[in-house]
Write a protein that binds this ligand. Structure first.
Ligand SMILES: Cc1ncc(COP(=O)(O)O)c(C=O)c1O
Length: 412
């Protein structure tokens, strides 16, 4: 996509500014895949040199161009105060939503900005038109807080729940699709499914799950917390009913930016979690009112998109997968090391989960930090015991090799 397409300039009386980045580095070359290129990317980040950060799964540190733009937006919104909030906030939000819709691959008429995946998915789980006795399906490997929200909603509306276990190493897509299919009963109304399982990094065959579920009249809510800006896909192609994601993860937008996609078929039958003048004839705008919040974070999504486009979505995805393979491939046959993430490149991107026999996940993460200055997170959940390893665009080959060597040393 042409970066210039994204440049839009707003004029506010005597004050004008571009909602696009004016300070995107000019050294990028679309065909440069070398380690030198990624060194320059790393220099765009203000990183703490004391440890290797392999925990980008929680939050992606934002690069300096986006951070500088955020500072500018804070200054300008603060200078204009209510003038901005009353006259320009909604207009800018609309143009950012439109720009974002091109990145996520859906119509802006089905997309709203939220604060995060939690808000997006809870809006659907809580706003769904439940009838007593309805059934909802989810997996033990889904995000813990979403599971809790479903339990709470089930108690409130007297729903039944069906809980699956997603295998770490499925044979093929069919194994996953038929797992969900077997769980469907006459009363099933909704499936919550993770596009990427956050504790292992496994990517699930969402389109196939949606197509299968629709044959039974079941709607699908996709937890895509880790997916926008991580690997390339389009929401429309997934054929899902609802999709939530956090942009402060892989799009590297500032903290507190997310999206909710609602297929237009469902604009009328979902109850908005936050509402202003909720009119059934309205479209997606029924869902977008959350009150006053840091508008400058929303504006910075535009700059995060520019940086992402500069990196190149495919180049970024390939790099992340390359970094993953650089340490996982040589360890797959080590009998002391347990990889909880599939080998098939279609089934993972940056994230993988690794355990060592005889060492608990928390012991492993402590050793990695204390002895090797490598920061990651321990995961101790049913069927997934290990450390989640999440490199980023600022991770070098050498850092990954140091991590791989550390694992080998600990395992021996
Ligand atoms: C799979 C998954 N879903 C939902 C969330 C919640 O995201 P947020 O805290 O940005 O709302 C996370 C956070 O890590 C996650 O990994």
């Amino acid at each position: 996509m042409d970066k210039r397409e994204f440049i839009k300039t707003l004029t506010l009386g005597s004050i004008s500014w571009s909602i696009s980045s004016h300070n995107i580095p000019n050294w990028y070359n679309e065909n440069d895949f070398s380690e030198k290129f990624w060194e320059k990317v790393k220099a765009d980040y203000n990183l703490v040199p004391d440890y290797i950060n392999l925990e980008s799964g929680y939050y992606n540190i934002i690069p300096k161009p986006t951070l500088n733009a955020l500072h500018n937006h804070i200054d300008k919104v603060n200078r204009l105060g209510s003038m901005y909030m009353r006259n320009f906030k909604e207009k800018e939000k609309d143009s950012i939503t439109e720009k974002l819709s091109q990145i996520v691959g859906c119509s802006e008429k089905n997309l709203i900005l939220t604060r995060n995946t939690t808000e997006s998915l809870n809006s659907v789980i809580k706003g769904f038109n439940w009838v007593e006795g309805d059934n909802i399906i989810f997996a033990n490997q889904d995000y813990g807080a979403m599971q809790q929200m479903i339990h709470q909603t089930a108690e409130r509306f007297k729903l039944s729940t069906t809980i699956l276990d997603v295998p770490n190493h499925p044979k093929d897509d069919n194994e996953i699709v038929s797992l969900y299919e077997r769980a469907i009963s006459k009363s099933t109304k909704l499936i919550l499914v993770s596009h990427m399982v956050n504790i292992t990094g496994q990517i699930l065959p969402i389109k196939k799950i949606c197509n299968m579920a629709h044959n039974y009249g079941v709607k699908v809510l996709v937890d895509g917390a880790h997916c926008i800006g991580h690997f390339t896909f389009s929401i429309d192609e997934l054929n899902c009913d609802y999709y939530g994601s956090s942009l402060h993860k892989w799009l590297a937008a500032p903290l507190g930016c997310g999206i909710l996609y609602i297929n237009e078929k469902h604009h009328k039958d979902l109850w908005p979690l936050f509402t202003r003048n909720s009119n059934l004839e309205d479209g997606i705008e029924r869902f977008g009112h959350t009150g006053t919040h840091p508008a400058y974070h929303d504006i910075s999504i535009s700059n995060a998109i520019d940086y992402y486009v500069m990196l190149g979505p495919k180049r970024k995805e390939d790099r992340l997968r390359y970094l993953n393979n650089l340490w996982t491939k040589p360890l797959r046959n080590n009998n002391k090391i347990i990889l909880n993430t599939p080998d098939n490149p279609k089934r993972h991107a940056a994230i993988a989960n690794v355990g060592i026999k005889g060492i608990s996940p928390s012991e492993l993460s402590n050793i990695l930090f204390e002895k090797y200055k490598i920061f990651c997170v321990a995961i101790d959940r049913p069927g997934v015991r290990g450390c989640r390893i999440t490199p980023n665009v600022f991770t070098s080959e050498n850092e990954i090799i140091s991590f791989r060597n550390a694992l080998l040393e600990i395992a021996s």
